[in-house]
Design a protein around this ligand. Structure first.
Ligand code: ZN
Length: 295
């Protein structure tokens, strides 16, 4: 019996750390939000893109204030620059770490100046590269406590996942005048973390929200259901002028980047769109629950 429980726990943690391919995701239910129809399959396809999208650098470019984009076309990675060293959010897949390092260098910063590494959530497409970033920079790796069991399953080529500081809901990370607040927005993983900070542009200060994934699994266990219900309520209480996230499709990255390059007002300052992704994912969550109760 104990072994059985252990097996189920390990299997579910493994499922949490193994990226799901879009083809395996169901094409039902369908929900329409803002005139666009989504299925679990289309959401996953939109998030991940092709293998090339996952590994091809986008930019790098300046988003706002001290925040830069250093990720790939579909897997986000952010550099926060401070006078006392820099913060990296999301190493993504280990194979992307050299690409991220190149992007950091292209912007004129040193990869070795990364002092702190933060994560969005304990899935390989966002945090598999943590051990390599730690090796290359010596950065302090910060982990939300509830995500630690899942992080410990992320061991690329046998490398243990590094953890130097354990945080919980509401804890702050500070460096060189920059402060990021960690918000536990569980559901997608147990320690799914939404980060908030502020950024200044043209003398105005904006609230930046780097949201955790809100994508529900095809089958929603009771504990996960409770977590998502709290998260969908909580997320909307956070201050937000600039929405960022772990996959570009959640916040119109490619389209906003194209507008940014064209000039004009910063397209990333867009408070109206801050919770659009929450609307999409909450509609899907509810539709999945209805389907689950029927079967
Ligand atoms: Zn994920």
């Amino acid at each position: 019996m104990r072994n059985g429980v252990k097996f189920i726990l390990s299997a579910s943690l493994l499922a949490l750390t193994t990226p799901v391919s879009a083809q395996n995701a169901p094409d039902h239910p369908a929900v329409t939000v803002g005139g666009q129809t989504y299925t679990p399959r289309s959401i996953l396809a939109r998030n991940m893109g092709t293998t090339e999208d996952q590994t091809t650098a986008l930019g790098p470019f300046h988003i706002i204030g001290n925040i830069y984009y250093v990720g790939t076309r579909t897997l986000s990675s952010y550099l926060l620059v401070t006078p006392q060293g820099n913060i990296l959010i999301d190493s993504t897949y280990e194979r992307n770490v050299p690409t991220i390092a190149k992007s950091v260098a292209k912007l004129g910063f040193k990869f070795s100046d990364i002092k702190i590494l933060l994560g969005n959530h304990a899935h390989a497409d966002h945090q598999e590269g943590d051990a390599l970033v730690k090796q290359m920079t010596g950065a302090q790796v910060v982990a939300m406590e509830a995500d630690i069991p899942a992080l410990q399953f992320i061991t690329p080529e046998g490398k243990q996942h590094p953890i130097d500081r354990i945080i919980n809901d509401g804890d702050k990370v500070t460096l060189g005048g920059a402060t990021l607040t960690a918000h536990l927005t569980a559901g997608h993983t147990r320690g799914c973390t939404t980060w908030t900070t502020t950024a200044t542009e043209n003398g105005k200060t904006y609230n930046v929200l780097i949201g955790c994934s809100l994508r529900a699994p095809a089958v929603i266990p009771p504990g996960t259901r409770d977590a998502f219900e709290r998260t969908f309520k909580y997320i909307r209480t956070l201050p937000c002028d600039v929405q960022l996230g772990d996959h570009g499709a959640q916040f119109g990255l490619l389209e906003k980047y194209a507008r940014l390059k064209a000039g004009g007002p910063n397209p990333f300052i867009d408070p109206k769109s801050c919770f659009h992704e929450a609307d999409v994912e909450e509609a899907m969550f509810k539709a999945l629950l209805v389907e689950q109760q029927r079967s």
